[in-house]
Ligand binder design. Structure first.
Ligand SMILES: [Zn+2]
Length: 245
């Protein structure tokens, strides 16, 4: 049963023990667009035991330049169901649970319950705020990622240990950030950002220690620049600040 994973099992510090950790892990991917496509394919291929994948949208032709989970046959289908079918074909050993719901205050408990890690595949701050709050409440690490045009960022928000999403983005609303419908998004940028997101999630699960706990990576493939900087907890944060804990 380990045959398909041998090329990662032989990695230094991975081993059969690492593979077992992946098999026992439950990972939620919120949003199945560009980031979610790559993240879910890699995690499924690597043998994460349980994936819960969430997206309310259907596949559109305009998605196909970057959302590599889908093809022409999936047009009009719910992304979460099309993704489940694709993932099951890639690796039938993975237990995939597909939810075609919107991320809101009502759905979020069901979306993240029982998960070890939540991975960001979202395209808006409204939903990220809801995910952040719920992950804090339940003590679940939230691997944040976003990408637009040719750049993106990744961080690991670990409840009780690091800053949270709100510490960093307090006061920023969806009206303040560019939308990919307007400014576009380069698939190669999505690939780089998503790969870093996967690596950080895997490091969390394997106990390797994530490099982005308390830090944020900013990557731009146009200028080919890569910056990692420290982020600190905001004591006045309305979500994780002292008065809220
Ligand atoms: Zn905070």
């Amino acid at each position: 049963m380990y045959e398909r994973y041998l090329r990662q099992i032989v990695l230094k510090d991975f081993g059969f023990e690492g593979q077992e950790k992946l098999r026992r892990a439950s990972v939620c991917i919120v949003g199945l667009g560009g980031l979610g496509s790559i993240v879910s394919l890699y995690l499924a291929g690597m043998g994460v035991g349980r994936l819960r994948i969430v997206d309310k949208d259907v596949v559109e032709e305009v998605n196909l330049h970057r959302q590599i989970l889908y093809d022409m046959d999936d047009l009009g289908e719910f992304k979460s169901y099309a993704a489940r079918d694709r993932i099951s074909r890639l690796n039938p050993e993975v237990d995939v649970e597909a939810l075609a719901c919107q991320i809101d205050e009502d759905s979020i408990e069901e979306v993240i319950s029982g998960m070890d890690v939540v991975l960001d595949g979202l395209d808006n701050f409204r939903a990220r705020r809801i995910v952040n709050k719920a992950c804090l409440k339940h003590g679940i690490p939230y691997v944040y990622a976003s990408v637009i045009e040719t750049y993106g960022s990744v961080s690991v928000f670990k409840p009780g240990e690091t800053a949270c999403f709100e510490c960093v983005f307090k006061g920023v609303s969806d009206d303040d950030i560019p939308r990919c419908e307007k400014v576009g998004v380069l698939p190669a940028a999505v690939g780089v950002v998503a790969s870093i997101e996967v690596a950080e999630a895997i490091k969390l699960i394997l106990g390797w220690g994530s490099n982005l706990i308390g830090r944020m990576a900013f990557i731009d493939v146009y200028s080919l620049t890569f910056h990692v900087f420290d982020i600190s907890k905001n004591p006045e944060c309305p979500v994780c600040g002292k008065s809220m804990m």
